[in-house]
Design a protein around this ligand. Sequence first.
Ligand SMILES: Cc1cc2nc3c(=O)[nH]c(=O)nc-3n(C[C@H](O)[C@H](O)[C@H](O)COP(=O)(O)OP(=O)(O)OC[C@H]3O[C@@H](n4cnc5c(N)ncnc54)[C@H](O)[C@@H]3O)c2cc1C
Length: 540
Amino acid sequence: MSQRLAVPEPTWEIDTDVVVLGSGAAGLSVALAARPVRDVILITKDTLAAGSTQWAQGGLAAVLDPNDSIENHVRDTLAAGAGLCNEAAVRTLVTEAPTAIRYLSRLGAAFDPGADGGIALTREGGHSHDRIVHAGGDQSGAEVQKTLDESVRLAGVRVVEHAFGIDLLIGINDQGQRCVAGVRVALLDENGDVESVGDITARAVVVATGGFGQVYASTSNPSAVTGDGIALALRAGVEIADIEFIQFHPTVLWTSADATGQQALISEAVRGEGAVLFDAAGERIMKGVHPQEDLAPRDIVAAAISKRMSESPAGVDDHVFLDARSIGERFATRFPSITAACLAAGIDPAHDLIPVAPAAHYACGGIRADLDGVTSLKGLFAVGEAACTGVHGANRLASNSLTEGIVAGTRVGRALSWSLPITVAPGLDERTSGLLPAEWRAELRSTMSKHVGVLRSPNGLLSARNTLERLQDKVGSDVIATRRSLEATNLLTVAVAVVAAATARTESRGCHRRTDFTEALPEWQRHLLVIDADGTIVAQ
Ligand SMILES: Cc1cc2nc3c(=O)[nH]c(=O)nc-3n(C[C@H](O)[C@H](O)[C@H](O)COP(=O)(O)OP(=O)(O)OC[C@H]3O[C@@H](n4cnc5c(N)ncnc54)[C@H](O)[C@@H]3O)c2cc1C
């Protein structure tokens, strides 16, 4: 039986063909491609640019250099994915990526030009060739967001901001199959309080709500990225896959143990300019760990930092330090936005050590779907970081995610233009479940950062599970629905799913690292599904 969250009864209803949840690269691409022939409503719980898309720095991966090839990009993606990519999905993504870039350009995206007058291409870790398209230097995501925002508005998509997708409405079709009939939505005021609850009935619901970085206290993701779409899918009995594979960025600015929200990335380029990592006792972290020392690959640096933090040098177990003082006064001109973030936290990188910690950055798993968004529930489509299409496998190749959002989003929108699922009336019985008071968010998030981060030990996973079980006891049907409490409840659901999957996967592969099973094992070269089986989340 599906569950739905305890919110006030709906007071309004709207009907449409397609409802899209989320306004990042993925959701906007769906809406834009479906709109010419469908009535499309796009709801987003904050303002249009509140998701991760706006913050993407590096760019979008696509083969545009004649010296590069589709095969090279496929090979690099499969290598990063550590045996768990779906090769057919990778091949489709990579083949359609150049078209996606040309499409964005024609919509008006101003990508940085190269010396030959074409689009400039750069290289990132894991790519064998230059194939990263960027805009405004490190403003690539913002350019994509702006371009799609304008295009969607011009195309006549009905956009509703401050509208929170709560739960799916489910009905039964003629063959007795469960189908999506729409989505329950809360309209929020500027404080995040619920103004009204209503139902949008639709032939197709598309979840494009992004990842779930906010499940962690340390994250590069903005505050809107709370895994809502994955949680609502779990409540509806939809399959989630590979959720244990979370990519951690080795260095975000650490400000305090109680820091919430998004944390500024301190890019690899700072280490590229000579900065060096130290622990709180003044010992170097990367010396002897990897031949490239502080410039080792991201996952190696993140793991080394986490290991050192777990040893609590000088009593400090939640951050380490980056010494960039050798860069001196040049730091401010070379890294203006990092300088601004540091100064805002009272740190002058030219003279002070920068406190840093690894942070949740990208969710490789999510709602199991193909590149056309099709999920295990009829009428439900998933796309972008909320989906698990097999493109990223156990680890994402840098800059493949924005490309995936555009390619898969456009495919889903086009498919829905051609044909819509049948109409079903909502009305399946659902069990109501209560909400977690928002005050427990901090404990949940710090538990996940401490115990289910880069390195996962059996004791840590058990401790996290115990804390989450205790938090599940705080869930109450009398808790008032607000954006914060709805998100807290979703964070808890996703955290339980991550812990279940990370506990079940007794190996280390891609970005999932266990201290007790340090190698990848052949018997684990398979996907792990997480489902909600009658109110209990299980990994299988
Ligand atoms: C700092 C940073 C740098 C990055 N750099 C790169 C890069 O260089 N290249 C790259 O490819 N990737 C990069 N990534 C990853 C990439 O940005 C994301 O994977 C991608 O933007 C996800 O797009 P999306 O549309 O799936 O989700 P998002 O852009 O996160 O959008 C999700 C949307 O859903 C909305 N939403 C969430 N919950 C609800 C709800 N309950 N109801 C209604 N709406 C909801 C949000 O408000 C938001 O509009 C970076 C990420 C970060 C955080």
